[in-house]
Design a protein around this ligand. Structure first.
Ligand code: PNW
Length: 456
């Protein structure tokens, strides 16, 4: 071997050694997440009124790969004790879940609180706290009351007030026990997939105007909910209110594309008390070439405002979802970008996870590898880039209704048997890996996980 090659090999070995011996700082928290529509089921019982996802799945099942819906989903509305049990089995510090607005407020407005809904969320919160698990609540994870959609939904500026009133109810009912709030999950997804493609919960296809109205109102609604807490509840409850953004890392295709890449990242808006950071995948970005068409507008393929094309790298492996290519370095680069852009803001990784096909069952080495490689990049961001990251959330605690994919792609650390009326949850190998990470503060994959056997 040439001397220079030996140095390269040594350097590679050295950097791998470094990363694998890094630890999460004391006080770092691990959690897992779900959302109401994806897990609760009980879509029309106990006083709940329809959400936009009920309407979309019932009226346009052709938009869902297997024509399914979240009518029953994981039946978490009835099986919530199991969810708490497995969260506790994993040793989670926190569990992030969302509230179904039309379950808690059947008219969408504060004139009526549905007692069954309130009891359900009280039980969940109290049950978690009893096990020493912190509840982190997402106020809005895409299941808008259909009634509000009928009045224009996120494109109607009045939604800013509607959301503020909803937030007030949540602070009043649960603020004594819930100290970390995420107002809105992924404005970018809600508005771009929602309006640009029209296959999402709004059901409206209006890429020219709808997307912009939506973004403005979502950001305003978040700001109002934050301000409300700050003014009226922070003193008493001493909690925090943030927002979760879905970010693609956009890798410049050539040096010339560096500017467009940095502009494109600015798509992702700011936060307040903490920056909730959801990361799954990356794209390469470049300017559109003369004569080339942008193609159908899609947040996964282009950015119209920048005249930019997004592509995937042939070297990236693909997960089960059509949009999902694996690039672990992307999470570190984005975390550093957020720090450089917004200063030393506290970042909580509110989602990161991997999808498999149903047939891959519970021996999910690919998922373990995804978690390991991404956790490694998070460690490097903390130690090398000095990014202020305080928590990490695995998506998802359990298999669930994966939006337009229905039940055809799986994100769970626990497999859910959707043929079983009790929707039994069974740990995958990745659940055991994650539990081990939390227990030992070591991301390396123990030998027993790298050759998956039935003993697991
Ligand atoms: C998130 N993309 O959505 C959501 O917050 C979850 O509800 C969802 O189950 C999870 O990720 C997995 O999809 C995303 O196109 C939607 O890159 C789209 C993308 C990423 C995340």
């Amino acid at each position: 071997m040439a001397p220079w090659a030996a140095v390269v090999v040594w350097l590679l070995a050295e950097s791998a050694w470094c990363a694998s011996h890094l630890k999460f700082p004391s006080g770092f928290k691990f959690g897992a997440a779900t959302s109401a529509y994806q897990v609760e089921g009980a879509w029309n019982t106990s006083g709940k009124t329809p959400s936009t996802w009920d309407t979309l799945t019932h009226n346009r099942p052709q938009l869902i790969t297997d024509g399914s819906s979240g009518d029953v989903a994981c039946d978490s509305y009835h099986q919530w004790k199991d969810d708490i049990q497995i969260a506790s089995e994993l040793g989670l510090d926190f569990y992030r879940f969302s509230i179904s607005w039309p379950r808690l407020m059947p008219t969408s407005f504060p004139d009526e609180i549905n007692e069954d809904g309130r009891r359900y969320y009280d039980n969940l919160i109290n049950g978690l706290l009893d096990k020493g698990i912190e509840p982190i609540i997402t106020m809005y994870h895409w299941d808008l009351p259909q009634r509000l959609q009928d009045h224009g939904g996120w494109s109607n500026p009045l939604i800013v007030e509607w959301f503020e009133e909803y937030a007030r109810v949540l602070y009043k009912l649960f603020g004594d026990r819930v100290k970390n709030w995420v107002t809105i999950n992924e404005p970018f997804t809600i508005c771009t997939i929602g309006y640009a493609i029209g296959a999402f919960s709004s059901g409206v296809h209006d890429p020219e105007v709808g997307t912009y109205l939506c973004i403005k109102n979502v950001v305003m609604a978040h700001a109002k909910a934050w301000r409300l807490y700050d003014k009226e509840y922070r003193k008493q409850f001493k909690g925090r209110v943030g927002i979760s953004h879905q970010l693609f890392y956009l890798h410049p295709t050539s040096e010339e594309d560096e500017e467009i890449a940095s502009l494109a990242h600015e798509h992702y808006v700011r936060a307040y008390d903490f920056y909730g950071f959801n990361y799954y995948t990356s794209r390469k970005i470049r300017r559109r070439r003369d004569g080339e068409s942008l193609g159908q507008l899609s947040p996964m393929r282009n950015i119209k405002e920048l005249d930019a094309i997004l592509e995937v790298d042939r070297g990236w492996d693909r997960a089960a979802c059509f949009w999902f290519y694996v690039y672990p370095e992307g999470i570190r680069k984005l975390l550093s970008w957020v720090k450089n852009q917004y200063g030393d803001v506290e970042i909580v990784i509110t989602e990161n996870g991997y999808s498999t096909k149903p047939e891959s069952g519970s021996n999910d080495y690919d998922r373990i590898k995804y978690y390991r490689d991404h956790l490694e990049q998070v460690l490097l961001a903390i130690h090398e880039d000095k990014v202020n990251i305080t928590g990490y959330t695995a998506w998802s605690l359990i298999d669930n209704f994966e939006w337009n994919d229905g039940y055809t792609t799986k994100f769970g650390l626990y497999e859910v048997n959707f043929d079983d009326p009790n929707r039994q949850r069974t740990p995958r190998a990745s659940a055991k890996y994650y539990k081990n990470v939390i227990q030992t503060n070591n991301i390396e994959i123990p030998k027993k996980f790298s050759t998956i056997t039935d003993e697991l």
